[in-house]
Design a protein around this ligand. Sequence first.
Ligand code: MV4
Length: 451
Amino acid sequence: MFNKILVSNRGEIACRIIQACRELKIETVAIYSEADADALHISLADEAVCVGPAANKDSYLNVANIISAAVVTGAEAIHPGYGNLSENPDFAEACEACKITFIGPPTEVITQMGDKARARRIMREAGVPVVPGSANGIRDLSGAREVADQLGYPVMIKAARGGGGRGIRVIHNAEQMVQALEQARTEAHNAFGDGELYLEKYLEEPRHIEVQILADNHGNIVYLGERECSIQYRHQKLLEESPSSVVSGSLRRRLGETAVKAAEAVGYCNAGTVEFLLDERRRFYFIEMNTRIQVEHPVTEMLTGVDIVREQIRIATGEPLSCEQGQIWFNGHALECRIMAADGDRDFAPSPGRITRWQTPVGPGVRVDSGVSAGSVVSSHYDPMIAKVICWDQTRAGAIARMEGALQSLKVEGIRTTIPYHLRILGNAYFRRGEIDTHFLERRMGLDEGG
Ligand code: MV4
């Protein structure tokens, strides 16, 4: 087991990882930017190192300073959390080059899954069902038109280096293809430094279902059930739940076994998430694999009782998984609401500022993973998500009622948050009946999703 881990992130996920380390009696090093000098995660860690100025690119993305902080403090491992450097193969490689364990999958796996076109090829060759689409990236207009004609419109253009919906667009006919291709390629090049694109048949009414897997260094791979992530605003997940209202026991097993097969195909190790689209006829198709712990991991933890972050650390030290598939049970229902310092009534415009009141709910089945407290200053330098409320109950209706109560008891002043917006989703009749798909927000909440 490690003596000291550097947590290479900020906010609620840094607090979450520090807590897991504390339970394992592992010392922690926090990193922070000059703007985060009073941040909550620093106070929870045993040590803290300033890695740069306020701007995220100069601090939390500063590979040299972060690795130096690990070397100087004697941290044997680095946990990257999510976002930031968590799926950056160069960072993982630099850690290994400095004999620091990167708590995540091998660098090569991060590289392969980071190229979504390549990931599709690998999965298709492994017999994992993949959304029909281009076999490789699309090089030019004629290639794109040829594939689109074979697929039939509408089709979706996606950036090979994108993921999470960035650089994504729907094309309804050949005339739109010319302009859409150029825009998508420019966008992808500017956002990811790589303009490679690929095409998929556009599924009109899918649900976005992802499966959590854990793989150790001894050939053991388990699935921990699915998470329903269809409620997204401009490809930002807002609310996630498990189980999905439309996944039966047999479908859960098939999704899980397929996710395990996907993990085997790439030689996966550590925690990962395989993302699928589920169509109206309950057929499912691979779209991408995430090689990091995800924001919504607590939903799975509350359903299965498995501590995913602790498993990540144990796997990184070479220990076997602490659970076998036959011991994993999916009990009850869990929901997560992402609390953002943003105004749900003004197109989620960020709402930075000082939090003058932060009072969290209590009671059974209520969990608040927070990166802030009263007095915290929410900066516009970083992602506006400041906390997550996760609620569990025996039934979905119970979990919804508990979440409504928890959000009503989460008292926040000084900034605007998405709490009122979440309460509107939870009160929506379609949502309460479980009738959600990727168009829920625009169709049931009158939100123009744009892109
Ligand atoms: C799709 C899709 C339909 N057809 N791909 C991929 C990344 C994720 N953030 C959104 N993704 C989707 N990929 C094909 N071929 C539908 C989604 C999707 C979605 C799309 C637009 C608006 C909201 C969405 C919510 C979940 C999934």
